[in-house]
Design a protein around this ligand. Structure first.
Ligand SMILES: [Zn+2]
Ligand SMILES: [Zn+2]
Length: 244
């Protein structure tokens, strides 16, 4: 295959299979190989951050991109051979959207955000300035968090509403599973449960931002930052008529 320089662009990506996720991002950019404006075949660069130690005492890292730990014997051997630190999922295709719609709830009113049966997010809102109707139908979109003071950790610039997160939230709501949003004891970022973890309430949560795996919620819950976004919407009925 011809080596191609990866591109760094505004975008969001998500693993196609994962039990955790990373919605509250500190950068709007992603770096990787993209064939189109959106799809399920992006190859995205790892974003490794120190994440304590494995049980055997070896240093451990967490890949925010692929939601996977790094630092096993096989990872170290790969790093030695390739002179690159990359997690075991580095070549796994990812879902992605480039230049996602970015919605700032503090500049609009009467917003409705719904997930339709085909998995499409439907956003409607009126701009405070001029009253123009904003209409967005997209598989994924981002909420601008910079003006939402106190809702999420202050270094979170936007909340990415990815298809797996929106679908897991809708399924958990429908199933009546106890939902809440628990923050990481180490970095303060919100936990996101996906897949089977979004169906079975539990107390111990792994952080998609820093890889800390020993935060405990007060009770057994399914954790998602979309729950907190929804709570924010309920507190601001002028801004939000409906939020997921
Ligand atoms: Zn990775
Ligand atoms: Zn964390």
């Amino acid at each position: 295959m011809r080596p191609v320089t990866p591109l760094t662009l505004p975008g969001m990506c998500w693993p196609l299979q994962a039990s955790t996720g990373h919605l509250g991002v500190t950068t709007t950019l992603i770096t990787g190989h993209f064939r189109a404006g959106a799809g399920q075949d992006a190859i995205v660069q790892c974003a490794l951050v120190p994440a304590g130690k494995f049980r055997n005492g070896a240093l451990r890292h967490w890949c925010r991109t692929h939601q996977h730990y790094w630092g096993t014997q096989a990872d170290l051997a790969d790093a030695q051979a390739t002179q690159q630190r990359r997690c075991r999922q580095h070549a796994s295709p990812m879902g992605y959207v480039l230049y996602p719609a970015l919605f700032d709830p503090m500049q609009c009113h009467a917003a409705t955000l719904r997930l339709d049966q085909d998995g499409m997010l439907q956003l409607r809102a009126r701009a405070d300035l001029g009253g123009a109707l904003l209409v967005r139908d997209a598989p994924a979109l981002a909420i601008d968090c910079r003006a939402l003071s106190g809702v999420f950790h202050p270094d979170i610039v936007q909340l990415n509403i990815t298809p797996p997160a929106a679908q897991a939230f809708a399924a958990a709501l429908q199933a009546g599973v106890p939902l809440d949003c628990s923050d990481c004891a180490r970095c303060g970022h919100p936990h996101l449960d996906l897949g089977s973890f979004a169906q079975a309430p539990h107390r111990r949560h792994t952080c998609g931002h820093c890889g800390h795996d020993a935060s405990h919620s007060a009770s057994a819950i399914v954790s998602t930052p979309l729950w907190r976004l929804r709570a924010f919407a309920l507190r601001h009925p002028q801004r939000f008529a409906q939020c997921l």
